[in-house]
Design a binder for this molecule. Sequence first.
Ligand code: G1P
Ligand code: ZN
Length: 544
Amino acid sequence: MKINEVETHAFNDQRPGTSGLRKKVTVFQQQNYLENFVQSIFDSLDDYRGKTLVVGGDGRYYNRHAVQVILRMAAANGFGRVIVGRGGLLSTPAVSCLIRKFQAFGGIVLSASHNPAGPDGDFGIKYNTANGGPAPEKITEAIYSKSQQIQRYLTLACDDLDLDADGEQQLGDMKVEIIDPVADYTELMQNLFDFDRIRALLASGLFNMRFDAMHAVTGPYAREIFENRLGAAPNELLNVDPKEDFGGGHPDPNLVYAKDLVDILFGAQAPDFGAASDGDGDRNMILGRRCFVTPSDSLAVLAANAHLTPGYRQGLAGIARSMPTSQAADRVAERLGIELYETPTGWKFFGNLLDAGKATLCGEESFGTGSDHLREKDGLWAVLFWLNLLAVRKESVQTMLDAHWRSYGRNYYSRHDYEGVSADGAGQLIDTLRNDGPALQGKRYGDYEVAFCDDFAYTDPVDGSVSEKQGIRIGFTDGSRMVFRLSGTGTEGATLRLYLERYEPDPEHQSLDAQDALADLIRIADEIARIRHHTQRDAPTVIT
Ligand code: G1P
Ligand code: ZN
């Protein structure tokens, strides 16, 4: 088959963000835009000739087209084999699982996570390395730099492949293997959790659950795991048919975008357990009957109870959390006598800690939890972890949470997002805090006194690399915190994120609504950062 060398010109907007390159579909549809980025990935890698690449995505609009483009380009660039999920589908955690299991050279994930899909929605592409995790900044910067010098890309002159039939096909000198997207991942889950016990819980007649796949990639995974292996009833699974536009929804499992599920769990005759995952299957939301578990609390509860599951019976090496995630897990780490690592936002920062065996569990406040079983966060893994704990402890979600808070204290926590605001205004807000923040030390706001204000910088304890400007932290003398940072995954204007946290050790005061418990801090945040002024908004777009 003939290899074509196609002349092209650089696009100046191909710098990967928090999680790969994310843009509007219409941006990706520009001639050569996708091809340029794929070639830039390959050009930034060494020694991949004859090796294996894993490719798949969350099934959104443009997924199939992108898979075909990547297959032709991988063949032309000399890969030996590409493993593709049937229909071009693979959840992000499944890509990580396959890279590790088949010792692939790397993988390409096609997803814009929870961002809306369809011709007017978003698309995304991300490169993962041989450990199964998102490429570290060194590589994403190399990709960007190649994308700025690109003059040609290589592709094969051939027709589209059939992505829907399992088995091996030949593409030039390269093999293409279409596999069941669900099987290997399911096997991994079965090794970590006590499926017999969970099955018994679901069959007991005393326990009802709802899992919402939000018309995204986890549908087929949920069917196989919850229905076929664990015996959940079909009506316990919602929206399990993946759609190219995610049914017009916004598959972000939080209180706002997974409202249908939240309504069920807070309604009459609510089930005992509810969970949802996002577009590409790496996020999770955990609900109990009339109860929402913040992702920060979820990490802490999983860590404190991990010894009750087969996969983590041996204990944890350490816990890692992103900086804006609440400090609830820190207290668990302290009691377990293990290390707690605080990293910048983005899963890629956990990779080195997991590879070095320093951390076993990781989590982000943004509905991401995971462990050393993979190098991505993992939505269904978190759901199964909770089910395993509920099956062992035979308590309700709320009872487990209450017990945890009584024992460790409660970290009231909330995130306020101001989406799609002016990039200039948001930039000014951050710049002002960066410059004037340190002078806030010692200043009093009602009951709160500022202990420090800094711009978070992280030195990776494994490779010594330094990441600066990762978010403004304002700490108060009682341990309360607020964090301001700009999103690195948005595709329109800027998104300002404000993270608020207050610690409450007294069980008598642990059952407030989080927004009420944080009301003073919310006011102080606006006073200090002049949020309304800089965003021109009276209120956040999303509160979680
Ligand atoms: C957001 C989350 C972050 C997560 C990332 C990818 O990034 O805040 O924790 O790792 O999505 O899912 P942000 O938009 O804040 O840069
Ligand atoms: Zn995601």
